[in-house]
Design a protein around this ligand. Sequence first.
Ligand SMILES: Cc1ncc(COP(=O)(O)O)c(C=O)c1O
Length: 392
Amino acid sequence: MIYLDSNATTQVHPDVLEVMLPFLTDQWYNPSSGYRAAKVVRKALETAHEQVAALIHAKPEEIVMTGCGTESNNAVLSFAMAGGGTMVTSEIEHSAILRYSDALCEKYGVKLEKVGVDAEGRLLIDDFAAAVKNDACALASVMWANNETGVIQPIQEAAILAHEAGVPFHSDAIQAVGKMPVDVSQVPVDFLSISGHKFHAPKGVGAIYVREGVRFDPMLRGGGQEGGRRSGTENVASIVGMGKAAEIMKAKLDADAHAPIVQLRDHFEKRLTTELDGVTVNGSLTHRSVNTSHVSFQGCEAAGLLILLDEYGVQCSAGSACMTGKQQPSHVQTAMGISAQQAKSSLRVSFSIFSTQEECDAAVEAVKKAVGKLRSVQGGPGVGPVQVYTGS
Ligand SMILES: Cc1ncc(COP(=O)(O)O)c(C=O)c1O
């Protein structure tokens, strides 16, 4: 199978697995215990904090390990909105922001202001500037890179505007960390969310960056782990794995080793747009994650394309993985003003450090075959409900 769904999750890097295994076998000790064997485990956790911090140019003590990216986002919102007020965010956030803030609105009367994006999928920065000037604004939260389109948001500008208005700033950087430079010494975020499984660590581990001097009260209280900022006995093996993954990705970013991924993405799009009619690449072409291609195929329903592609050995996604199976245009595409028809005919293809040129070319051939087949049976643009034809 050719895996081109790396925004959904990534394969655990073999070197990551190797460093994790001892903590699932011999070194099972509770890192909070007093004996020497436990200190080895505690040291490994400290190293992981250093490695994750180095990836984003932070200090180890600014990293709070969590159970996933969703928890990181929820924990920041839970703390920052505890006193009520307005939260300013964007229309294109992940559900780990949007659904949690909806719950805050229902339960605690928090007000939510969602700023729109332009046709390229980038935050309307003037609207954002106006929104954060609201006196009741208690937090601004804007994602670094969108999970569906890969479009990178003007985080530096947004963080500065929020601070000028006296508002703390959070970024869900889950689709950015490990894939592109994220440097908190340059970009003045107060909080930032990270998820390990998006950069070759296992699933079920994440982190929050909390800038030194910024107050942060925990969502989980108990044994006082993570400096009292996230209680719960640590998922040691996964945290150690995320540390190693951070080290690997930092080395690759420092060596510009992500350049081949850009070439694959661009080659994929160039071949499709020249060899097929009715293909549109969505989102900003200049402010985009190196690995993500969001493409619409006129006259084809994505649900049908996905099933055919799976049959032809290619795994990718329609919009966000969470939306797969639903016949609704995603909120991201709606916010960008993409028509419902075009939205429903969009695929998200996301490459990783393991993707190869051969896979890319084989995927192009598979997409061409699937599009040709669907267009022949669905009859071009404006077709009705999706039907999937799996016969020869
Ligand atoms: C932008 C974004 N935020 C949050 C999440 C949730 O992260 P996790 O799966 O680690 O809970 C994801 C995962 O798809 C994401 O893409």
